[in-house]
Design a protein around this ligand. Structure first.
Ligand code: SF4
Length: 231
């Protein structure tokens, strides 16, 4: 009887949601670039709003929102001969299969150009090289550039990525980096996203990883899961 009930549930889900598992679950682009266990726990328990936000983070968010609002309100002055309209905080998604979606929100899209704005305070600006191939392995820039590349690959008409980095208190971008669309790197990104989904599913089956693999060495210091993590 149990098997038939399970079959009924799967069929209902298939009819209602287009997959046997039920409503699609989402994993955010921004979490895929960091520690897989942290991403799995954050996604599984939806803890986006836990943990303390420091002054710098709040200031960064306010500046970020202010910049996007400024672009929106001033578009008639900024537009020049651009025909495309700006799309602010554009939601994008990619079907990962098995009832999972990869989702993200892009700061700004203008035609085939995708922009991401980052406000830094503690980061050592001198560590940002002119050439992206010179970025150190442990740099958070690797996370930001691969997120931008994910957006380029999730939007069918996007071609050019622009990462603008601001210092807090200065409204002129300190560095502007251009990113080329790279489908091979996106495949590796999707593989990591699927690895996080596997982790979520093993946590749901009562298995907690004993030896979590970090993405960047500095991540544990600020992680809200430190007290339950084996690392
Ligand atoms: S403490 Fe470190 S290894 Fe554990 S979840 Fe956090 S970032 Fe990952």
């Amino acid at each position: 009887m149990g098997n038939i009930e399970e079959f009924g549930k799967r069929l209902e889900n298939l009819l209602k949601y287009g997959n046997i598992r039920g409503p699609k679950r989402t994993i955010r682009v921004t979490s895929v670039s960091f520690c897989p266990l942290r991403a799995a726990l954050t996604t599984r328990y939806d803890v986006r709003f836990f943990g303390e936000k420091n002054k710098e983070k709040i200031l960064g968010q306010v500046l970020h929102m202010g910049l996007l609002g400024l672009i929106k309100d001033s578009w008639p002055y900024l537009q020049g001969d651009i025909e495309a309209n700006p799309e602010i905080e554009k939601e994008v998604s990619y079907d990962l299969g098995e009832g999972w979606l990869l989702t993200g929100r892009i700061d700004l899209v203008i035609g085939e150009h995708v922009f991401e704005f980052k406000f830094f305070s503690e980061f050592s600006y001198e560590k940002i090289p002119e050439n992206l191939s010179d970025v150190e392995e442990d740099s958070v820039l690797n996370a930001y550039t691969e997120q931008l590349n994910a957006y380029l690959n999730m939007l069918p008409d996007a071609e050019f990525g622009h990462l603008w980095i601001f210092r807090h208190n200065e409204l002129i971008p300190w560095k502007k980096l251009e990113i080329k669309k790279d489908s091979k790197a996106f495949k590796a990104f999707l593989k990591r996203a699927r690895g996080i989904i596997e982790l979520i599913e093993s946590i749901e089956n009562g298995e907690f990883p004993k030896d979590p693999k970090l993405r960047f060495n500095w991540e544990c210091k600020r992680c809200i899961f430190r007290s339950i993590c084996a690392k």
